[in-house]
Design a protein around this ligand. Structure first.
Ligand SMILES: Nc1ncnc2c1ncn2[C@@H]1O[C@H](COP(=O)(O)OP(=O)(O)OP(=O)(O)O)[C@@H](O)[C@H]1O
Length: 393
């Protein structure tokens, strides 16, 4: 059932609203002024807020402004007294969902709230759908290793088991992580990705766990970290082998206890997160070299999925070429080009770096430079790296 926050300095109004809404099955929290309400708003994911306008400490308009900064998607319904209908209208202009007058009319209150909650659901659904459409891609390949990976995903995804995905750059580790998320019971929740190699080590803790305002010089605003953002979903820790030892210690604690503390904060916050990690490093070697904690390795690697490089599954190349041909031609708005068998064979025999992006780039190059049908000659002309061609010449 939906969580509603009621902010009003008049205890009697709070009590009335709370009783009506609890009777309707909503879960209610109460705050006695804007400041207290804002504190609660930051700490819990509410589905809607009912907020009085005139209050001590922080009034309704100030609350609205601050709340919209933290999360603009949560509908806020203003509750206005006789004297401040104009302010209520003003609040709607500033992003409030709607307003109701005091004393609240029961029907109007329930209808407004129901509409507001429908909006929340709609926003959330659109977000996940948009993500699904743009992010879940096909995993092409019927080779033994890819078939085995798909089988493992089918078995593992519905559990909450942690998965460590290994393999060279660009072999499809992130794609495996996305599939795990999409086939899990968490698919309606978020999948949050952190590239541990791309974040400077002094910022990684704040990135993962968030920070309180003023906890360090550049922390001008409170920030929710990736662990909290991923709550109810999946946290994908890419390039985990590049994480600093001090961040590793904190991640370990988060995994052991299911709780995190924001940088500069002292409160423990529960998080419900499934972690999938990936690395192109040999983590056990990193453990030997004292760059990676063995206990964290064990926590992360309940299930191991190794994605082999393209050269070890060249039988998948024809299907991948066909897949990329279709994608590239449709991006260019042209009819799908053909490709000769010999051309496919030549691509299959090519020594690839392992990074699938290289194959896609080559297909794109061939689409641009070849005629209606891509031939083995085109492959010979356009695929051999320029360095080799110079040596051959
Ligand atoms: N089996 C596959 N079928 C279709 N596309 C694939 C397949 N594997 C990978 N790709 C595509 O290749 C690209 C690289 O894959 P991905 O980003 O998953 O690799 P990665 O191993 O996570 O890379 P990095 O090491 O750079 O993080 C992506 O565009 C992905 O969609």
């Amino acid at each position: 059932m939906a969580n509603i926050l009621i902010i009003d300095d008049e205890k009697a109004i709070r009590k009335t609203l709370s009783e009506i809404l609890s009777y309707e099955g909503y879960k209610i929290d109460e705050a006695a002024d804007g400041a207290e309400g804002f504190k609660m708003y930051k700490e819990k994911a509410y589905d809607a807020v009912l907020c009085d306008i005139k209050m001590p400490k922080m009034d309704g308009l100030e609350f609205l402004e601050k709340a919209k900064e933290v999360n603009p998607d949560i509908p806020i319904v203003m509750v206005s007294g006789h004297g401040n209908i104009d302010t209520a209208v003003d609040a709607v202009k500033k992003g409030a969902y709607d307003y109701i007058s005091k004393p609240p009319d029961l029907n109007r209150l329930l209808i407004t709230l129901r509409n507001a909650l429908d909006k929340t659901t709609l926003v959330a659904e659109t977000k996940t759908l948009r993500k699904k459409v743009s992010k879940t891609q096909a995993m092409i390949g019927e080779s033994a290793p890819i078939s085995k990976i798909k089988e493992t995903i089918a078995k593992v995804a519905p559990t909450d088991a942690r998965v460590l995905v290994t393999g060279e750059n660009g072999v499809g580790k992130e794609l495996v992580a996305r599939w795990i998320h999409e086939y899990s019971g968490r698919a309606a929740g978020p999948m949050i990705e952190v590239n541990c190699a791309a974040i400077p080590s002094e910022l990684i803790e704040s990135e993962l766990f968030g920070h309180e305002k003023g906890s360090f010089t550049s922390a001008i605003k409170q920030r929710i970290g990736k662990f909290e953002q991923a709550s109810g979903g999946t946290l994908f820790l890419d390039e985990i082998g590049d994480m600093s030892l001090s961040a590793q210690a904190k991640v370990l604690r988060a995994l052991q206890e299911g709780k995190i503390t924001r940088v500069g904060g002292d409160k423990e916050i529960s998080v419900d997160v499934r972690v999938v990690a990936a690395t192109n490093k040999d983590l056990l070697k990193e453990v030997e070299d004292k760059n990676f904690r063995l206990d964290l390795y064990h926590r992360l690697s309940v299930i191991l999925i190794h994605v082999p490089s393209l050269n070890e599954r060249s039988e998948d190349i024809p299907a991948l070429v066909d897949h990329f041909l279709e994608g590239v031609c449709s991006e260019y708005g042209i009819a799908k080009k053909g490709i000769d068998k010999d051309a496919v064979k030549a691509l299959q025999q090519h020594k690839w770096s392992g990074n699938i992006r290289e194959l896609r780039n080559v297909v794109e190059r061939l689409v641009i430079l070849s005629g209606k049908t891509i031939t083995a000659e085109d492959v010979a002309d356009y695929v051999v790296p320029s360095k080799e061609r110079k040596q051959n010449a």
